[in-house]
Write a protein that binds this ligand. Structure first.
Ligand code: MN
Length: 238
């Protein structure tokens, strides 16, 4: 295994031309060493269904993803709370393999827990309630049956609502809950977790029942690329 890259929270949108151009640079300058790329959610600022990609101006991004996957790099897409509606048509168009959130995979001979991260923020009751509603098939079917214009309108309204409610929440509420995380890690028998969502890039080392455990948090792409690289048995956060 040469190199594995992990990215999340690019929040790609025509509204953020800087992140778009950062992603274009990233996609066109990948090293030959890269074998796999894991995208851990909120790659898109929002997603209104695979048939709405053109309306959001994302055909260019899809083409870049397709270039990456056809160059032989394995691309994985695990959905976030903004792009959970990514589906099989997107996967076919881009060559991405869809992963459920969470997923446990073996990386460098070790079990690694991959998640977008919002499910670990259990102190944010409001977010958990909305998450539960929006991940239900009832909500999904009702939303996808609307016209593209109606969906776009709803998505923009939801984004506004979430941004204003975030401003009123203390910052610890929007971070992961450590004891919930530890229980999940025990249950899944993992010592390594990789996630995004909180936009607080860091490597946290802690003791889990006498064993060293690690939580790698990916950063967002608003001001710079944030990439976690697994190379020669080591994770490097850049
Ligand atoms: Mn998120």
């Amino acid at each position: 295994m040469k190199e594995i890259l992990f990215i999340s929270d690019l929040h790609l949108s025509q509204d953020y031309p800087d992140s778009l151009s950062r992603f274009k640079d990233f996609a066109s300058n990948l090293s030959n060493e890269v074998e796999q790329i894991f995208m851990l959610g909120d790659v898109f600022d929002f997603w209104i269904g695979d048939d709405g990609a053109k309306a959001l101006g994302h055909h260019e991004i899809e083409r870049l993803l397709h270039n990456i996957s056809s160059s032989g790099i394995e691309l994985f897409f695990l959905p976030g709370n903004r792009d959970f509606l990514v589906g099989m048509n997107f996967a076919h168009r881009t060559g991405c393999k869809l992963l459920p959130d969470p997923s446990v995979l073996e990386i460098g001979g070790e079990r690694v827990y991959l998640t977008h991260g919002d499910a670990l923020c259990t102190d944010d009751i409001e977010h958990q309630t909305n998450r539960h509603t929006m991940l239900s098939s009832k909500w999904r079917v009702a939303f996808l049956n609307k016209s593209i214009d109606e969906r776009l309108e709803t998505a923009i309204a939801l984004r506004k609502k979430s941004e204003s409610s975030k401003r009123n929440k203390p910052s610890y509420i929007m971070d992961i809950n450590q004891s919930y995380l530890e229980n999940v890690m025990r249950e899944k028998q993992v010592r390594t977790v990789i996630h995004g969502h909180t936009h607080r890039p860091a490597i946290h080392t802690f003791n889990l029942d006498g064993i060293e455990a690690k939580r790698y948090v990916l950063g967002d792409w608003y001001t710079q690329n944030s990439v976690l690289t697994f190379r020669k048995g080591e994770f490097i956060l850049e």
